[in-house]
Design a protein around this ligand. Structure first.
Ligand SMILES: [Zn+2]
Length: 243
């Protein structure tokens, strides 16, 4: 065997390194998703809170309208009392008739106003009963959020522990990489993560599915460091193809 040929590395080691890197990226992916999952559960609480705030604002506005209408009613009722007093002191039939007309108009307006106030009070009742539902929905969303966040935090702890364990395995496995290959391996891994390695599957690269020549596959079988001509991954034979 020529010493100028590619350095040797066993498929077994490359396969092991690949598996560890895949576990690492899977765990890192899970870790990255946790804060997003927390945001989603927090968003549903925010939505329920916004709905409650909006209903409270409508309630406040409706109550103000009711107060305003009541005040108008009271003012006009006081006016009617005043007109009635002046009726007794009317100096002429003409003045009497005019006052009568004004009183009738005010009383008519008050009757309309009373109906309006009644409607507004009914509206307030319905807003208040719906508010109970909205408050219950918010409480439910908050309870769900607290539970989900506790679950996610539990998972984050487990992921961190798994990552530590995987990192120890990786460090151990990497000590077995021949010195001549280490720099290339490090460079490829830091650029492409677990895609830096690929199994030979049905004479194709398991990373990019490019068909490999017999020559390339033979080199892999001889445990020679071989890169996929297409995606440049370090190739290895999966367990079932090793002799
Ligand atoms: Zn490839």
């Amino acid at each position: 065997m020529s010493s100028a040929g590619p350095p040797e590395i066993s498929s077994q080691l490359l396969c092991k390194l690949h598996r560890i890197h895949q576990q690492r990226s899977d765990l890192e992916g899970q870790a990255r998703r946790c804060p997003m999952q927390i945001k989603v559960v927090e968003a549903s609480v925010d939505a329920a809170q916004a709905e409650l705030d909006e209903e409270l604002a409508v309630l406040k506005k409706t109550r103000m309208l009711s107060d305003e209408k009541h005040l108008q009613l009271q003012t006009r009722e006081a006016h009617v009392l005043d007109l009635n007093r002046r009726l007794n002191e009317a100096a002429s039939n003409k003045e009497f008739a005019l006052l009568k007309e004004q009183i009738a108009a005010d009383e008519q307006a008050n009757s309309v106003q009373n109906d309006e106030i009644f409607e507004i009070l009914e509206r307030i009742d319905s807003i208040e009963s719906h508010l109970k539902e909205t408050r219950a929905k918010l409480a439910e969303a908050e309870a769900e959020r607290d539970q989900r966040i506790a679950e996610i935090q539990e998972r984050q702890k487990k992921i961190a522990m798994d990552l530590e364990r995987v990192d120890v395995q990786l460090e151990e496995a990497e000590t077995l990489i021949p010195v001549a290959i280490r720099a290339d391996y490090k460079r490829l891994i830091s650029a492409r993560g677990d895609e830096a390695l690929a199994p030979v599957e049905d004479d194709s690269c398991g990373g990019c599915y490019q068909t490999l020549t017999t020559q390339v596959v033979s080199l892999v079988m001889l445990s020679k460091l071989t890169y996929c001509p297409n995606c440049n991954a370090m190739l290895y034979l999966p367990e079932d193809r090793r002799v």
